[in-house]
Design a protein around this ligand. Structure first.
Ligand SMILES: Nc1ncnc2c1ncn2[C@@H]1O[C@H](COP(=O)(O)OP(=O)(O)O)[C@@H](O)[C@H]1O
Ligand SMILES: [Mg+2]
Length: 323
């Protein structure tokens, strides 16, 4: 199995004159070809920051990024700006929640697709580009009729489908989707997620799906990393994490969503708020909100414990005293 991405101890600290914000703390996980990893957690937990760091889109002037990332075997943080620019869109690509708003209102979709493609392949002909785009548009259930249209003539769901097709024009190995379907109605969201799954299978693209919505993970990711306040607290195959959540935060997160099997269950939000990320905490970051907290939890940082070969948790309840 080819390893696409290997993230080890990735930390991101935003800095300004007044304060530092510890947005991501020693996150580790990896992704093989064809994997779809869901990064899930409530708003402010550091998911977008993690994605931006992996994309190398965080300028040093606003954030310090530490740790090691191997992308297609390459030391990604040691790669030069030129190398990164050469691989961006070609091997690593992104769709944001707002991507659908980034089309210019005054140009037809076909012309915009052509311009975007030419950034990396200046010599490509219009026919080559649109043939390639048509193939991808079919995978998201659109066709070349959209080329003649202006953005305002298309729905949000259609524009986001075009954004996804555009992000895949150069057949990247890795596609990062940051809340890419969040702004859409549930029916459209479900359709796009299904299309994405088929598409990724056809193109053999690996995905990282950043979302606050566990149902997105349940429906379209084989792996999941649960984030809380800048920390990955649990990770593993989606099937085992959803069936047997280990971390008290994951349990809380799952119980605050309606049952995935469609039964009506009580919505139980986790009481309390995210901690202030400009402070350093000695113990487990979740301890102040944790229903299972013990004395040790506010004193010592728990370590990651592997419960099975690929399912692990960072919590003192699971003998997190082995370093
Ligand atoms: N440019 C920035 N400067 C300082 N803090 C930031 C910046 N961007 C995000 N943050 C902070 O980093 C934390 C994580 O944010 P983010 O990665 O956007 O979380 P999520 O995507 O999970 O909602 C939040 O506390 C947020 O306020
Ligand atoms: Mg975000």
């Amino acid at each position: 199995m080819d390893r696409v991405l290997d993230i080890r101890d990735l930390s991101v600290t935003y800095h300004s004159r007044e304060k530092s914000v510890f947005a991501v703390n020693r996150a580790s996980f990896h992704l093989d070809q064809g994997d779809a990893l869901g990064v899930v957690g409530e708003s402010g937990s550091g998911k977008s920051t993690l994605a931006m760091a992996v994309l190398r889109l965080l300028p040093a002037r606003i954030a310090r990024v530490e740790g090691k990332v191997l992308f297609l075997g390459k030391d990604w943080f040691a790669a030069s700006e030129e190398e990164v620019n050469a691989l961006r869109w070609k091997e690593i690509s992104v769709v944001f929640q707002k991507s659908m708003n980034s089309f210019s209102p005054v140009h037809r979709i076909g012309d915009q697709i052509e311009d975007i493609y030419r950034v990396h392949e200046p010599k490509a002909t219009r026919k080559e580009i649109l043939d390639k785009a048509s193939e991808l548009l079919r995978l998201v259930n659109l066709n070349e009729r959209v080329y003649r249209l202006y953005p305002h003539e298309l729905s949000g769901g259609m524009l986001q489908r075009i954004s996804i097709a555009v992000s895949l024009l150069h057949r990247p190995s890795l596609l990062i989707l940051d809340e890419a379907t969040t702004a859409l109605d549930v029916v459209t969201q479900g359709q796009i997620l299904a299309e994405l799954t088929d598409m990724a299978r056809t193109l053999k693209t690996s995905r990282i799906m950043v979302t606050h919505d566990i149902s997105v993970v349940a429906s379209s990711c084989n792996l999941v990393a649960v984030m809380y306040a800048g920390h990955v607290v649990e990770r593993g195959p989606t099937s085992s994490v959803l069936k047997e959540p280990l971390h008290p935060y994951t349990k809380g997160l799952l119980s605050s969503f309606p049952s995935l099997r469609g039964e009506k269950t009580q919505l139980r939000a986790i009481p309390g708020f995210l901690p202030d990320l400009s402070k350093r905490y000695e113990g487990c970051i979740f301890a102040p909100r944790c229903p299972r907290a013990m004395d040790v939890c506010s004193r010592e940082l728990p370590y990651e414990t592997a419960i099975t070969e690929d399912h692990s948790v960072v919590c003192h309840l699971y003998g997190g005293d082995v370093s």
